[in-house]
Design a protein around this ligand. Structure first.
Ligand code: V47
Ligand code: SF4
Length: 371
């Protein structure tokens, strides 16, 4: 039996007929509505949805799948916010609490100095024992030891905290960090841009409006950031879609987002430990929803740490074009029970991509190919 190629996929091939409307819009280049977003999450026609998302992913990036050789540095787990979904944070006197000195950070960088790391992903808790000088020193130390690597550091939550700590405006804070070596910011911190969820899960953290205000200021200062959605806890489908639409609107305004990363909630060792893990269906729908709703984002990452290496490979055919990085020593998700590896080698990364039928492209933080 001869099947048509994917590019000739007919709109009448879908099991869920609601996907016909979405596919027609995608082919015309029309923006998807909130109703379309809800349909994407509600449908059980995962293969139909995947084909539409894959069509967009392939028109943007062909057969390429990106990854980066990076290293995570989580400088402290002491945090005054104590979000209910977080297994990583500790109080100052609690067992397992830590804060790395600048010397300790230097040691961790030097331990891997022979490896071709080209991005340092640096985030931590809100630790009242660290002063603003510590953060400037941290950035300068990383830049001195790894001058060729990009520093991608701090979420908007940390930027807000640092601005209060320094006692200067948001703009001045961003400028000081930039002068010390900050070149990009990761996603994270927004969780779900929604006041109900904020109140229930992370009331001490900055709210929706402040998160947007900070990201807007960071983009205005010429620093690109990523964006995330933490899904699989108490959020509704409508709240997920609203979150994606809010990000899409901000991207229309600033064009400062680089990639979007759906983050699958892991409940182990958290105050929400009764919540079961996300399903593969939901993980893939989140990747596809991101690819289809975020029509102004270049890149969608499948974060293998959270969804596992095997599903991340599949996600490359559901809208994702990037597997994030080699990472080395991931802490935040592993403390919440993740069973994925703590890091991958370059060979493992390339093997994963090749065996999923894609061409691996090692990139820098700004998606320039390394070779
Ligand atoms: O903001 C915290 C999430 C985020 C849990 O920008 C949890 O390239 C699941 O933002 N289960 C930090 N998630 C990680 C992050 C990130 C990761 C990889 C790449 C990039 C990037 C950004 O992790 C937090 C929060 O949303 N998180 N606890 C948990 N128990
Ligand atoms: Fe602190 Fe971040 Fe954990 Fe919230 S998610 S408790 S802000 S480290």
């Amino acid at each position: 039996m001869k099947l048509p190629p994917v590019s000739d996929m007919s709109v009448s091939m879908f099991i869920d007929k609601r996907l016909e409307r979405i596919y027609s819009k995608v082919l015309k280049g029309s923006r998807l509505s909130k109703e379309d977003g809800i349909c994407i999450y509600e449908t059980h026609d995962l293969i139909g949805l995947g084909q539409i998302a894959n069509h967009v992913r392939r028109s943007l990036h062909g057969n390429k799948a990106f990854y980066i050789y990076n290293q995570h540095l989580n400088y402290t787990n002491i945090c005054k916010n104590r979000c209910r979904f977080c297994a990583y944070a500790r109080d100052r006197k609690e067992k397992g609490a830590y804060a790395w000195s600048i010397e300790e950070i230097e040691k961790r960088l030097l331990e891997r100095i022979d490896e071709p790391v080209n991005e340092l992903h640096i985030v931590g808790g809100l630790n009242e024992d660290l002063n603003f000088e510590y953060f400037i020193d941290l950035l300068k130390t990383v830049k001195r030891i790894r001058p060729g690597a990009t520093i991608k550091a701090f979420t908007s939550v940390e930027i807000d905290y640092l601005s209060n700590l320094a006692g200067v405006s948001l703009e001045e804070t961003i400028q000081s960090l930039k002068n010390a070596g900050l070149e990009m910011m990761p996603g994270g911190g927004a969780e779900v841009l929604n006041s109900r969820i904020h109140e229930e899960l992370f009331p001490r953290k900055i709210n929706h409006e402040r998160w947007l205000e900070i990201v807007r200021a960071v983009h205005k200062a010429g620093i690109k950031t990523n964006a995330t959605l933490l899904y699989g806890h108490i959020e509704t489908i409508e709240e997920r879609v609203d979150h994606l639409i809010t990000l899409r609107e901000l991207q229309d305004e600033t064009d400062g987002f680089s990639a979007f990363i759906p983050l699958a909630f892991h409940s182990g060792n958290t105050k929400l430990s009764h919540i079961p893990p996300t399903t593969a269906m939901d993980d893939l729908k989140n990747v596809a929803a991101a690819r289809l709703m975020l029509d102004n984002f270049d890149h969608i990452k499948a974060y293998w740490v959270m969804i596992g290496e095997k599903l991340a490979q599949v996600a490359l055919s559901f809208g994702a074009d990037d597997l994030d990085g080699t990472i080395i020593e991931e802490k935040i998700t592993h403390m919440a029970g993740a069973t994925s590896a703590k890091g991958l080698t370059k060979d493992q990364m390339e093997d994963m991509i090749t065996k999923a039928g894609f061409e691996p492209v090692e990139r820098d933080s700004f998606y320039h190919p390394m070779n």
